[in-house]
Write a protein that binds this ligand. Structure first.
Ligand SMILES: [Zn+2]
Length: 244
């Protein structure tokens, strides 16, 4: 699948979000970055930060502290760690604790986005996340009384409803025929992209999105709206925390 290729690296996490261990061949290697033939490390994007993890080769461990997107996908080794030579077959492991937390948090943000659009008609203008904490910016001129509690209750009702979260890849034209896709204005897909990955919280929220998500809303856990900030005319920033 050409759409799952970044530079020379086949991106395994796009089609299997639960994959944490894999084998690959080293295509390029410097202390600034390691390029693998295939990788399940999420490289960062759409507000979701990059994965961490390790590469194991010939009895040596290289810790991976991040990912850099250039002409290729570069796994960034921890400072001072030895790097595997080109041609080495490495066994790689993505940190499950960090990734699983980010999947729950990212899906939680989509629930928030779906709820605020459905109940208040507000469009998302930006967002960002760390494990178990996230923010999302909305265009919302008025904050009605009881807004914070109402949004939090509605989000947790969607978690309890345990809605399926489906991933599918559609041709560009077909994807943009889905009426809701265009509403995440910050998620504009570049012209040259012919296939669009869709994250669908069935019955609540459908977005073009390259991130990793849990399989259903119950896996998110509890969503707490921790803060609402006014950042200017009609610009509200909602902060959420995710817990068990
Ligand atoms: Zn997203």
């Amino acid at each position: 699948m050409s759409s799952d290729l970044y530079g020379r690296t086949e991106r395994l996490e796009l089609s299997d979000q639960n994959l944490r261990e894999f084998e690959a061949v080293v295509l390029d290697s410097t202390p600034d970055g390691i390029v693998l033939s295939r990788s399940a490390f999420y490289p960062g994007g759409g507000g979701q930060p990059a994965d961490h993890g390790v590469l194991l080769w010939l009895g040596v461990e290289t810790r991976i502290a991040g990912v850099r997107k250039g002409d290729d996908l570069y796994l960034i080794p921890a400072e001072g760690d030895p790097v595997p030579p080109v041609g080495t077959v490495v066994r790689a492991a993505v940190s499950d604790e960090r990734r699983s937390a980010l999947m729950r948090t990212h899906s939680g943000l989509h629930v928030l986005c779906g709820v605020v659009f459905r109940d208040y008609g507000s469009l998302v203008t930006g967002g960002n996340m760390e494990p178990f904490a996230a923010r999302m910016d909305f265009n919302l001129p008025e904050v009605p009384p009881g807004f914070k509690e109402a949004v939090e209750d509605a989000c947790n009702a969607e978690v309890s409803a345990d809605r399926r979260i489906d991933i599918r890849v559609l041709p560009r034209k077909e994807a943009f025929d889905i009426p809701d896709i265009i509403r995440t204005a910050t998620n504009l897909v570049p012209e040259e992209v012919e296939e669009v990955r869709i994250v669908d919280i069935v019955g609540l929220d459908t977005q073009a999105d390259g991130g990793t998500h849990v399989g259903s809303t119950a896996q998110i856990g509890r969503i707490k709206v921790t803060k609402i900030e006014s950042k200017g005319k009609g610009f509200r920033r909602l902060r959420i925390a995710i817990s068990d």
